[in-house]
Design a protein around this ligand. Sequence first.
Ligand code: ZN
Length: 211
Amino acid sequence: MVRNTLTELEQSTDTVSFIGGWLCLDFINTINWCDSDKPNDRIQSYPDLLVWSQQADILTGHEAQQLLEEAKLHPQKAELTFMRAIALRETLFRVFSAIVDHDTPDARDLAAFNKELREAMTLLQIRPTKTGYTMGYQGEEKALDRILWVITRSAANLLTSDKLSRIKKCAAPDCAWMFLDMSRNRSRRWCAMNDCGNREKARRYYKRKTA
Ligand SMILES: [Zn+2]
């Protein structure tokens, strides 16, 4: 089902917290495993992806509306793009999990990632603006998968940056959110203190009380 207007789009998802410190990590965190047997997935359709992209500043409202129109014209293509996005999210989760564990990512995951990266890079171009130049993608206005290109590039930039050792996974046992620990002494343990950190504190408190 493809929704009709942006207002409907905006109302369809609750506010997301962006705690990853890097776009591709925030994308991984669109699925929330906390406090439930079933994950709470914010991206369950192509329009959900548009909503998140707006919140993540990948798309403006106008660009999201344009892609929504395009998705209505090509529902099958939109569904395929949605499935590709979920596959990319899983690939990125496995790749960055391996890095957190000081492991080498699976070659199949890197191959899948590189396939997305090639697609993103083919269309990358420089455009003049009033004050300088900007990067963009050829034909992006109507490209349903332009969101994937931006996420893929964000992941490539992180993988080749000096921040690899700062990537962490939340210490709460039921949370798999990832973030960049930019604290000076690298002491950050939780995705968000007022969420997982406090829950963990409460858990320990009741454990002590019942002990
Ligand atoms: Zn957490």
